[in-house]
Ligand binder design. Structure first.
Ligand code: PGA
Length: 223
């Protein structure tokens, strides 16, 4: 596969991306990061927690949130607290999540370009919750989740009916304004869509394909 670095294990992939984050932090302690949720970054976050880096001047911006109570056990705010923020020396007020005031989130992001954006990819090619058909010009907004995404994410809930049907996501244009992007994909169920996104046509029906137009993107995969 073109432009994709393959790893033999998930641990190696997680450590490699952790090295990139560590280098960024050491180069600039006031770095700005865009961060993902989901199963893919769990190894990365575990690795970062173990490294005891200095996060005291870092700002983070999460890619997306479900529209649900932020204190719910499956909210992305809770996910980030449990897996990263409560375990590092970051100021909670420096950890931003999209909310219904989408303009203000965009303003925060536009102020100073984000140094590093870490992404996962959905089995339908979404990045953040930019589902197939999302405009390449899109910015932070409320979106309806597709049936595929509801099914994929139902593993975290008692049933598919419990998965929130709407989310607030950064847009594709917002993501593309990051200085550097690292896409992580883990599992054979991601292999086909990764190939289509990285080697196929650049099209709004495969949101991740927009990354082919970014000049500083790296893509990592393990099965
Ligand atoms: P996952 O989700 O890491 O849980 O596979 C990735 C995504 O949907 O972007």
């Amino acid at each position: 596969m073109n432009k994709v670095t393959m790893f033999s294990t998930y641990e190696k992939l997680s450590k490699y991306v952790a090295n990139i984050v560590e280098e960024q932090l050491k180069e600039n302690r006031i770095s700005r990061f865009i961060l993902p949720t989901g199963s893919t970054p769990l190894g990365l976050y575990k690795e970062l927690v173990n490294r005891e880096l200095d996060w005291s001047a870092v700002m983070t911006y999460n890619l997306d949130v479900y529209i649900m109570n932020p204190s719910h056990s499956q909210s992305y705010q809770t996910f980030m607290k449990e897996n990263l923020f409560d375990k590092i020396n970051i100021y909670p007020s420096n950890c931003k999540f999209p909310d219904r005031n989408v303009q203000s989130y965009e303003q925060r992001l536009k102020g100073i370009p984000v140094d590093l954006c870490i992404l996962g990819i959905g089995t339908n090619g979404h990045i953040a919750f930019n589902e197939p058909g999302s405009s390449f010009k899109s910015r932070t907004r409320v979106v309806d989740l597709t049936e595929q995404t509801l099914q994929d994410n139902s593993k975290y809930f008692d049933s598919v009916e419990d998965v929130p049907k709407q989310a607030i996501t950064m847009g594709l244009r917002t993501i593309m304004e990051s200085k550097k992007i690292e896409l992580m994909a883990n599992g054979v169920n991601k292999l086909n869509i990764l190939n289509v996104a990285m080697n196929g046509e650049v099209t709004e029906s495969v949101p991740a394909s927009i990354l082919q137009n970014h000049d500083n993107v790296e893509v990592f995969y393990c099965d």
